[in-house]
Design a protein around this ligand. Structure first.
Ligand code: PEP
Length: 254
């Protein structure tokens, strides 16, 4: 398959990390991007906790750095104590929302169909959905990676998905926060498969344009190699997105 290079996206997922003071890291990122000799060759996004989304939106205003939520409810509003709707995230300054992160699938038992409805809720609110997929260590050791990823993709992909409203993030569960990464050949195989399935499900043009991010222990030292793999159109970064210096090292891979 031909090498496919839509404009990459490097998105940081801060997870349940960050009090108001964490906006200072975003301010450092904004400053570094503004002061750089040339414009970044990738889109940059930070997904902070919802409690500081508005503050981060203020901090990033005018910088080109986009903000995203980490999860959303399927409904617009209502009796859902503790939940946050996609519309609320949009109202707080988000442009996108991660859905189906493995920590949501594991900690909250989210199914593919729920992930799909969340992605559709993100679209309803005008947010881009970042749909996460990935096999567990056990599934991998049974040789089921492609099967699991294929099932998750088909069942989690929202109706009307296209390159403007949808990004796929392949994140092997066993690589998240562990310092382990798949081999270049393994990532190329899974991303190539996702690309092929996207084309089969959505047609040539849309299927080729949808970004497929890799996530799982991406850091400055491995970013260049990982981001150079065919059909890897950026990264979803956890731990290494918390400090501006580390995250800038990943952005510099482009
Ligand atoms: C993540 O949770 O999306 C992730 C990729 O985490 P880390 O980069 O810390 O492995």
């Amino acid at each position: 398959m031909a090498v496919n290079r839509p404009k990459p996206l490097v998105a940081g997922n801060w997870k349940m990390n960050g009090l108001k003071a964490a906006a200072k890291e975003l301010a450092l990122l904004v400053k570094a991007v503004a002061g750089a000799k040339s414009k970044p060759r990738c889109d940059i996004m930070i997904c902070p906790p919802a409690t500081i989304l508005s503050l981060c939106a203020e901090t990033a205003r005018g910088s080109g750095i986009k903000l995203g939520g980490q999860d959303c409810h399927t409904e617009i509003s209502g009796a859902h104590t503790g939940d946050i709707s996609a519309e609320m995230l949009k109202n707080a300054g988000a442009r996108a929302c991660i859905v189906g992160h493995s920590e949501r699938r594991t900690d909250h038992g989210e199914s593919n169909s729920e992930v799909k409805r969340k992605a559709e809720a993100a679209h309803r609110a005008g947010l881009m959905a970042i749909v996460c997929l990935g096999e567990t260590a056990a599934e991998r050791s049974l040789g089921k990676t492609i099967k699991i990823v294929g099932q998750q993709l088909k069942a989690s992909l929202p109706e009307g998905a296209d390159h403007k409203n949808c990004v796929i993030a392949y994140e092997p569960v066993w690589a998240i926060g562990t310092g382990k990464t798949p081999t270049v050949a393994d990532i190329a195989k899974v991303h190539g498969y996702i690309r092929k399935r996207l084309i089969a499900l959505l047609g040539d043009e849309t299927g080729m344009k949808i970004k497929i991010l890799y996530g799982g222990s991406v850091k400055a030292s491995n970013a260049k190699e990982l981001m150079g793999i065919s059909n890897v159109n950026g990264a979803l970064v956890g731990g290494a997105s918390l400090k501006a210096k580390d995250f800038l090292g990943i952005i510099a891979a482009y």
